[in-house]
Design a protein around this ligand. Structure first.
Ligand code: XMP
Ligand code: MG
Length: 184
């Protein structure tokens, strides 16, 4: 989807397609070096992480495996509460595995801090995080992000896997949504 085709619905483009791809290439290079000689398992969190997973994984130079989880965070409306339910679990046994969680965005951090603990408890050798975006001001708990794309302001954003009512996931950039879209 071309951002020009929905520009009335977008308030501002925060990260262009080129900026995202360039940053992911740098992250992938670091990951390839850090995990050289190790058997790396990428764990994507559905659905938001699909684009990051597709692009980041293909830029990683070492062989990797890929698995997926879907979780839902109980909470009031759009706020996450930290109480997480697994909707789709991994197919992979994590015992002794080096796991890298691949996420679209870290907001409050509640979902990811729960997920890291959950995966560590399954006996993984290591559990680290790669995230495309982080809203630093929204943090309710500290999460250690080993590989981070961009820090962004505490606004609702769409594109690059992120949706509003299931729309805009296929935008190649990350944009602030115009308030008139969700205030009507
Ligand atoms: P927490 O707060 O637990 O939740 O870190 C992170 C999850 O919340 C979703 N999220 C967003 N989705 N635009 C979106 O489309 C946003 O600006 C946004 N902020 C948080 C997302 O699913 C993420 O995994
Ligand atoms: Mg998500």
């Amino acid at each position: 989807m071309d951002p020009r085709d929905c520009k009335d619905e977008l308030a501002e483009i925060l990260i262009t397609e080129e900026e995202m791809q360039e940053r992911l290439a740098e992250m992938a290079q670091q990951i390839s070096a850090d995990y050289a000689g190790k058997n790396l398992l990428l764990v994507g969190v559905l659905k938001g992480a699909i684009m990051v997973m597709a692009d980041l994984s293909r830029k990683i130079a070492i062989p990797v495996e890929m698995d997926w989880m879907a979780v839902s965070s109980y909470g009031s409306g759009t706020k996450s509460s930290g109480v997480v339910r697994i909707l789709k679990d991994l197919d992979t046994d994590l015992a002794g595995r080096h796991v890298l969680i691949v996420e679209d965005i870290i907001d409050s951090g509640l979902t990811l801090s729960w997920l890291v603990r959950n995966l560590e408890n399954r006996g993984a050798a290591s559990v680290k995080i790669a995230a495309a975006l982080r809203k630093k001001e929204a943090a309710k708990v500290e999460v250690d992000v080993e590989y981070l794309g961009f820090d962004i302001p505490n606004d609702f954003v769409v594109g690059y896997g992120l949706d509003y009512a299931e729309k805009y996931r296929t935008l190649p950039c990350v944009a602030k949504l115009s308030p008139h879209v969700y205030e009507k």
